[in-house]
Design a protein around this ligand. Structure first.
Ligand SMILES: [Zn+2]
Length: 158
């Protein structure tokens, strides 16, 4: 679907812009540290209240070394090097959360961006979240709770 791909591209560009991510970015974490970070994310209030699962496993990506992705509702795989960074792990954990909240297949729409911003602010601080917002503006990515009735309801119930 062209519209969705376009939104995905805009979200990626916003992330590259905000976090200086590139294919050759160095790893911030080891695999063990990445797992610790995932455990921390999944112990937090918002994630838990929305129904995010505990026990998400972090794996190194043996097949496609250039990709990081959610490989099951309870596992993410990280690309060598740049995949082992907070912003990438938060991106993949947002896919996990969205899946468990909505049972919708992973994509990068309004709800994805809204929850990603929340997790970035929580784990990386408000300055990083503001940088991300600048990127989202710059590349024209859509986000927000308006237009997402189910997420609006979920968040109002917390
Ligand atoms: Zn993604």
């Amino acid at each position: 679907m062209p519209t969705r791909d376009n939104q995905r591209r805009k979200v990626y560009e916003a992330e590259y812009y905000a976090f200086n991510r590139a294919g050759d970015s160095p790893a911030e974490f080891t695999l063990k540290e990445a797992q610790k970070f995932v455990n921390r994310i999944s112990s937090r209030g918002l994630y838990q209240k929305l129904g995010g699962p505990r026990g998400v496993i972090v794996k190194s990506n043996p097949r496609r070394r250039t990709m990081s992705m959610m490989v099951s509702p309870f596992a993410i795989e990280l690309a060598d090097g740049w995949g082992y960074n907070k912003d990438v792990i938060l991106h993949e954990m947002t896919h996990v959360l969205i899946y468990h909240v909505s049972r919708r297949s992973a994509h990068h729409g309004l709800e994805f961006v809204l929850l990603y911003r929340r997790l970035v602010e929580q784990e990386m601080g408000i300055e990083q979240r503001r940088k991300l917002d600048l990127g989202l503006e710059k590349y024209g990515a859509k986000w927000g709770v308006n237009g997402s009735e189910w997420l609006k309801k979920k968040l109002a119930d917390l």
